[in-house]
Design a protein around this ligand. Structure first.
Ligand code: GDP
Length: 477
């Protein structure tokens, strides 16, 4: 029985294999403790080096975070356009995360920023003007990760774009970078549409310069972790941190992301009502990217053909009678958790398995927590439901996701699940084959920021492959 109950039994010292800090108040963030009691046996253990790196990051954050003297000194530099002296070794340096695009995109860029912070000994602070604190608990012990609202650049953040005078790519293009003058801050533009100059951020030589800049403000909608692996000096550290290369998102998301009690309440209520008693749990994430989006017969056909072909769901029986008579044994219960903006896909499945028995005799229970119809990013309850559903999907045993959806990537990564990915439908037809098994649980970097400086490296790196569902994307395997 996997029912979630109050108070986890896992000894605090061993939370997530030592990944999590121990000095938290349990009641303030229940997900931190309860989650691990549900996901009994993650085969992926964090390396000792990652664990010690996280502990030293926490110390750095305590020394440099909001409200400290070091933070005050660092923000005072910001008034001046160019800081001539290079910052001393004990000066704190920062990377500021900002929310862009939907929640899945945001989580991917947040984890990427955090890894960058770990690799470069920076402190990560998050722009709190949207609903981040309605979604996640504070991840670091004793000190906030929220960028204070009176941060001197707050009013400028929204105007940062590719053309901005502090945008790194733009400065390179305008020859405004020289190694004697270190700007107090840079804006980094890391999008699927970013160009060569912005992508030079991912070159070794550029990192040597950027290292000296105290403040970096990043806007990104990408999981840019694979691009960090392609920077040689970073790769050396990354191999030590993540000997299992396809566990980066898995470990970092479990370390960093802890849904608030309100969201965890939603997760546990759904889990206990619909998933905990099942013999097997299947998640199906249906994301329709066409315009208009909605219910399409070819998408439904594709889901059914994938789940039947991969033996994830039984077919419905043709002969009804033979099934009805067989009532002596307790049938297996399979719970199917569907998430989608559109409620019709789960309605269809539910009806199908109500109107006819399954060919195997299994009982199929279908559940969809919400059907919001349209994306409403930045509406608090909408985003909370989306996050709750990502976590519910991550608690299933097997998972079907939709092509190029960051929503699905987050669920699979947190869950440590290699999903079956539904290919993108073309010309309103279900593709054949309908789906493909993912090579790894890592998110795909859909349009990775790559620079000419990396072109050679990518060919010789066997642990980075082109994505199953996106020919332009790369992922860790
Ligand atoms: P992507 O667009 O699929 O890569 O995922 P994002 O999460 O970045 O953006 C899609 C947004 O649409 C989500 O954040 C939600 O706001 C909404 N959305 C899409 N699919 C679902 C779903 O299955 N459940 C819920 N609750 N919201 C969804």
């Amino acid at each position: 029985d996997h029912t979630i109950t109050e108070g986890s039994n896992e000894p605090r010292m061993k939370l997530e294999g030592g990944l999590l800090a121990t000095e938290f108040d349990e009641e303030s963030c229940l997900s931190r403790y309860h989650q691990s009691s549900l996901r009994k046996s993650s085969p992926y253990k964090p390396s000792d080096y990652l664990v010690s790196k996280l502990r030293s990051y926490e110390m750095l954050h305590k020394r440099c975070g909001p409200g400290t003297d070091a933070y005050k000194r660092a923000t005072e530099q910001l008034g001046h356009n160019h800081v001539i002296r290079s910052s001393g070794n004990d000066e704190c340096r920062y990377v500021v995360w900002t929310p862009m695009f939907g929640l899945g995109n945001r989580i991917l860029s947040l984890v990427s920023d955090f890894l960058y912070a770990l690799l470069t000994d920076r402190v990560m602070l998050v722009d709190q003007r949207n609903d981040i604190s309605d979604l996640f608990c504070e991840p670091f012990p004793g000190i906030s990760w929220l960028l204070p609202l009176d941060f001197p650049l707050t009013d400028q953040i929204d105007s940062f774009n590719r053309e901005h005078s502090h945008c790194y790519g733009n400065m390179l293009k305008n020859h405004a970078i020289n190694s004697t003058t270190i700007p107090s801050h840079l804006y980094l533009d890391i999008f699927h549409t970013s160009k060569e100059h912005d992508n030079m951020f991912f070159c070794e030589k550029d990192q040597a310069f950027i290292k000296r800049v105290p403040w970096l403000v990043v806007k990104s909608n990408l999981y840019y972790v694979p691009s960090l692996w392609l920077i040689p000096s970073f790769q050396t550290k990354l191999i030590k941190l993540f000997p299992q290369k396809d566990t980066v998102f898995h470990h970092l998301s479990r370390y960093l992301l802890h849904p608030t009690n309100q969201i965890w309440g939603m997760v546990t209520r759904s889990y206990n009502a619909y998933l905990s008693r099942a013999d097997e749990r299947l998640g199906i994430q249906v994301r329709v990217f066409s315009t208009p989006a909605g219910y399409f017969q070819h998408v439904m056909d594709q889901i059914l053909s994938c789940t039947e072909r991969e033996k994830l769901l039984p077919a419905v029986a043709i002969e009804e009678e033979s099934q009805v008579s067989n009532t002596s044994t307790i049938p297996k219960l399979k719970a199917v958790m569907v998430t989608s903006l559109h409620p019709e896909y789960s309605d269809h499945l539910k009806n199908m398995f109500w109107e006819r028995p399954s060919s195997t005799g299994e009982i199929i229970e279908v559940y969809q927590p919400s059907g919001e119809r349209v994306q409403q990013t930045d509406k608090k309850l909408h985003d909370q439901k989306a996050l709750a559903e990502m976590y519910l999907l991550s608690l299933t045993d097997k998972l079907v996701t939709s092509t190029r959806s960051t929503f699905g990537y987050v669920a699979q990564g947190i869950g440590g699940i290699k999903p079956w990915i539904l290919y993108e439908p073309r010309h309103r037809k279900a593709p054949d084959p309908p789906c493909v098994r993912a090579m790894s649980m890592e998110p795909c970097s859909l349009k990775p920021p790559l620079s000419r400086c990396q072109a050679k490296t990518i060919k010789i790196t066997h642990f980075i492959r082109y994505c199953e569902d996106r020919i332009t994307g790369i992922k860790l395997v």
